[in-house]
Ligand binder design. Structure first.
Ligand code: SAH
Length: 217
């Protein structure tokens, strides 16, 4: 079997076993995860591990998140296809590509310029050139493109990121791992007139968010 078909087969079984087999039910998310070639977002030497049930190392000491966490974050945003979203922590660009399958306009921001550049190239090669890649401190959001219908943070925040919350539209959703550098819980906040309505979801472990409203350098 040619390698491409093998990867497609692995991708399908990842969706069934790791996503549908757990608790991911949003069909649009399942379809998006079945569409994005994760192997194109990992390092060459990690390609055969692309569909493992795990985060994998990328350059700069960072990681590409576990497929289940990417699906879980996307599902929590409850996207229907018309939204403008912000992805904080571009890393490999994988999560941004999945979001591009689910929303109309995707902005992604990365603090390490080399990672942002590599992600921009990968996204274009994989057919996701429509994703806008920015370099900067994502804890400050992207005021020039706010407000957003959804904001996904792929790095651990020490506390609730108020600045990002304020860049949401009314009823917009912010999904962010909050806790210590060692372990967090995924928080899902909905913007409402009474202030953030927060659901504390699954325990998780992400690399730290480094920035003004993140952990120090
Ligand atoms: N979503 C990524 C996962 C990347 S890991 C993927 O699918 O591959 C988290 C990323 O957040 C790292 O690349 C890290 O450099 C970046 N990061 C950490 N703090 C940040 C900040 N304040 N602003 C933007 N990016 C940040």
């Amino acid at each position: 079997m040619p390698p491409e078909d093998e990867q497609t087969r692995r991708r399908r079984s990842m969706v069934e076993a790791q996503l549908r087999g757990r608790d991911i039910v949003d069909e649009r998310v399942l379809r998006a995860m079945a569409a994005v070639p994760r192997e194109e977002f990992v390092r060459e030497r990690e390609r055969r591990r692309a569909y493992e049930d795990a985060a994998l190392p990328i350059s700069g000491g960072q990681t590409i998140s576990q497929p289940y966490m990417v699906a879980r974050i996307c599902e929590a945003l409850q996207l229907t296809g018309n939204e403008r979203v912000l992805d904080v922590g571009t890393g490999s660009g994988y999560q941004a590509a999945v979001l591009a399958e689910l929303a109309a306009e995707v902005h992604t921001i990365e603090r390490i310029p080399e990672l942002a550049e590599a992600a921009r190239e990968r996204l274009a090669e994989a057919g996701y050139g429509r994703v806008h890649v920015h370099v900067g401190d994502g804890t400050l959001g992207l005021p020039e493109f706010a407000p957003f219908d959804g904001i996904a943070v792929a790095a651990a925040a020490p506390g609730f990121p108020q600045t990002l919350y304020e860049q949401l539209k009314p009823r917009g959703r912010l999904v962010v791992p909050v806790g210590s550098a060692r372990g967090q819980r995924l928080e899902v906040a909905v913007r409402s007139p009474e202030g953030p309505a927060v659901i504390h979801s699954v325990p998780c472990r992400f690399v730290p968010l480094v920035g003004a409203e993140g952990f120090g350098e």
